[in-house]
Design a binder for this molecule. Sequence first.
Ligand code: ZN
Length: 424
Amino acid sequence: MTDQMLTEIAARRDDLIALTQDLIRIPTLNPPGHNYREICAYLAERLAKSGFKVEMIRAEGAIGDSVKYPRWNMVARHDGGAPGDCVHFNSHHDVVEVGHGWTKDPFGGELEDGKIYGRGACDMKGGLAASIIAAEAFVHLYPDHKGAVEISATADEESGGYGGVAYLAEQGYFDPDRVQHVIIPEPLNKDRICLGHRGVWWAEIETKGRIAHGSMPFLGDSAIRHMSAVLAEMEAHLYPLLATKRTDMPVVPEGAKQSTLNVNSIHGGEAEPEQGFTGFPAPCVADRCRIVIDRRFLIEEDLGEVKAEVHRMMEKIKAERPEFEYEIRDMHEVIPTMTDKNAPVVTSTAAAIEKVLGEQPSYVVSPGTYDQKHIDRIGRLKNCIAYGPGILDLAHQPDEWVGVQDMQDSAGVMALVLQELLVS
Ligand SMILES: [Zn+2]
C-alpha cells in the first residue's frame, strides 16, 4: 500500500513542479495583499476539477481587509462518504516583499538543478503544492476513504493571520467537531515535525518627563534619562534573569531555548527631521520616550508572571528616581502551545517520515509563532503540527528556493498520513 501511494506521488512529479511554478507566478505580496482573489480562484478551479467541494471566503471586516485589498481565502473539502475524522492541510498563500539581492526572477518560478526559485517558493507555496498533490493522489487511490480531507489556502499569515486562519477559526472552520487533525506545511525540513511555538508578549513602555530649554535641563525632567535607567536595569537584572529560564520544549535554534526579550524600537524627544532638512535641532529636554518590547516566553512560564516581572522592574526604578512616571501598554499576546507527541497526527507523520526517508524524525518547537496560534486559541483544536518541505533559513531571503525532491518526499509523507488516518 505504501509503495502504491509513493508511486502515485512520483507519477505526479511534473504536475507538482508546474503547480509550484504557477503559484509562484501569482505575486501575492503582503503588504498590501496583492492577487489574493486570483490565487484562491486558481486553486478553487483546480481542486473542483479533482472532485473537491470548494469555497471562496472573504474575511470581510477583518484587520487588513479593504475593498482595494480584500482578504480572500479558499477552503476545499473531499468527503469520502464513510464516517471518520477530517484531516486538514492549511497553508498561507501570502508572501513577503521581494527585497534586494536577487539573481533570479522572484516571480518567474525558474527550475534549475532540481530547485524552483521565487518569492514564496519555500515559504510556503512549495508546501501548499505538496499538500495538494498528496490530497489529490490520495482521493484518486481511495475515493471512498473515511471522513474528509481538507485543504485551505489562507491570507495574511505574514502579518498576523487575522484575515486568514483567525477569521476562518472564528467562523468555526477549525472547530474540533469539524476538523480533527491539522498539518501546516511550513518549511521546517522534510524530516522534522514542529509541535508548536513559544509565547509572545508585545508591549510599549513609555517614560514621561517635562520639557524645558536644553541649556537648562535642570528645569525639566528628561524622559530619555529615565528610559536609560530602564535599559540599564534590564541589562543588570532582567536579561540575566531571562537567561536562567530554560524550557524543556525542543525549541530550535538552541539560543531560543531560554526566555528572550528584544527591544524592538526606541523613540524619544524631538521627532526625526524630514529628509533633506539641513537645520539644527531645537534645544529641548525630552518629555516622552517609548520603547516597544517583544518578550518571547516558554510553556513553563505564566503570562501574568511575565508581565509582573516587568512591572516590578519599573516599580523598583520608580522607588529610586524622584519624579519617575511611566506607563506600560499591552499590544499583543500569544500563549505558547505544544501538541502532544502521542497525538495521532504526530505519530502518523513520524511513521510516514520513517517509511519515506528511512530515518527517525526530529521534533522541534518554533521560536516564533505562526498560524497554529489561531487554530489553538480560537479553534480550540490541539492536534496540530507544522510539517513541510523547504529550508526555514531560506524563508524571506533573496533567491528563495524549494527542492523538487524535498517537495515530492514530503508529499509522500502527507499522503501516507492520510492513508493511515482515513483508511483502514
Ligand atoms: Zn510561512
